[in-house]
Write a new protein. Structure first.
Length: 362
């Protein structure tokens, strides 16, 4: 029985910053929307992962949003409206972006599996199947929260939640909250939660506060380190893991107040709290895991891209191209997991893939 599918040259998977940037450049390079390429996204509306961020993440405390190519953020959103929620502003911006450039985003379509079939890719989804010569995967990390399962995980009678499930500090009022994790989200959210209730901060490694403003140069160095790892095929590390935590006035205040008096990681979870290796224990109502996300690439498992080191060897100008199969690009992956990185990656991936598939000469 022949497969029924919709045939295009390139399928972009995901319509966040990385996917939209790739789509813009594919179109600009001459691929016809709908026939040359499509963008598949599993959400009901525009905005990528931004639509799920918590309400207190506003334009005043995001790290900085980079413009998508061809339409500035401030052409759509009033950047001075610092109280505006990121989960409102970014979806609005992306929606306008998709409309302005008439990008062929099809949603909600969830890609469940990509396999090779007769020298092309068969992209299986919860709707129709697609068939393409090349793939730009831009699925981000939001859908794959990472939670290390400590002994006793199932015994705990309180609430356990991950960054991705956080709504507002108010829901923790009157509860003792153990916040786990050493990244920016953990610190920002500790700041919020500690205003309404008691908290304890637990991290695996001592926090690495760096006494500098996060300069572009240091950012570039950090990205270069992550890039070097993926070129060698090593498992990806987040950019933040190599930059440390910027020592901002807000963090200085939290240090001063004792909220950031960090404890080392506990050894096990009990019915009512946690227990450390030295036998001491603590009662808690909530364990809040700010332990990061992993790249959402399970749907690519059938392509066997992961090597023995547990990583995917990447190549290309901005390390978006999979070394093992140059018809596949991963954007928003490793060094490009930021709005600025995703932007540049989208451009590199679109151009390199069009060249590799000789799509301009057709
Ligand atoms: P996403 O925005 O996650 O888009 C991926 C899209 O693909 C989503 O719509 C998703 O639903 C869809 N998708 C996933 N799987 C499938 C599938 N199988 N089939 C179909 N569709 C699928 N970066 C900054 O530059 N500045 C900041 O201030 C900043 N703050 C951040 C705050 C938080 C809390 C977090 C978690 C990240 C932050 N980042 C920030 C990082 C930044 O959000 C991302 O790196 C960037 O937006 C790139 O997004 P993306 O396009 O790779 O992914």
């Amino acid at each position: 029985k022949p497969d029924l599918y919709y045939k295009v040259d390139i399928v972009v998977i995901g319509a966040g910053q990385a996917g939209l940037s790739a789509a813009y450049h594919l179109q600009r390079e001459g691929l016809e929307p709908g026939k040359g390429f499509v963008v598949l996204d599993d959400e009901f509306g525009a905005g990528g992962a931004w639509q799920h961020r918590w309400d207190s993440l506003t334009l005043s405390n995001v790290n900085g949003i980079n413009d998508l190519p061809g339409l500035g953020f401030d052409e759509v959103i009033d950047k001075d409206d610092k109280a505006m929620q990121a989960n409102v502003a970014l979806p609005k911006y992306y929606e306008q972006y998709e409309k302005t450039f008439k990008l062929p985003v099809i949603r909600p379509v969830r890609v469940t599996e990509v396999i090779e079939r007769n020298g092309r890719f068969l992209i299986k989804t919860n709707a129709v199947q697609f068939n393409a010569r090349g793939i730009i995967n831009a699925t981000g990390t939001w859908k794959t929260p990472h939670c290390p399962k400590y002994p006793g995980w199932d015994k705990f009678k309180g609430i356990q939640l991950h960054t991705g499930q956080y709504k507002s500090a108010e829901e923790f009022k009157g509860k003792h909250v153990i916040v786990v994790g050493g990244g920016i989200s953990a610190v920002q959210l500790l700041g919020e939660i500690s205003k309404v209730t008691s908290t304890t901060w637990v991290t695996r490694r001592p926090p690495d506060f760096r006494n500098y403003e996060f300069t572009q140069l240091e950012g570039r160095d950090a990205v270069a380190l992550v890039e070097a790892r993926v070129r060698e095929g090593l498992p990806v590390e987040s950019v933040v893991s190599v930059t440390g935590l910027p020592y901002t006035p807000a963090i200085a205040d939290l240090l001063e107040s004792g909220v950031l008096d960090r404890k080392e990681m506990f050894q096990e979870i009990t019915e009512t709290g946690v227990k450390w290796a030295d036998g001491t224990s603590m009662e808690a109502d909530v364990i809040f895991w700010n332990t990061g996300f992993r790249h959402s690439i399970d749907h690519l498992a059938g392509l066997n891209l992961v090597n023995k080191l547990g990583g995917i060897e990447m190549t290309g100008k901005l390390t978006t191209q999979v070394a093992k199969d140059p018809r596949i690009h991963l954007t928003g992956y490793g060094p490009s997991a930021s709005t600025i990185g995703a932007n540049r990656a989208g451009r590199a991936a679109a151009k390199e893939l069009i060249d590799f598939l000789h799509l301009k000469q057709q």
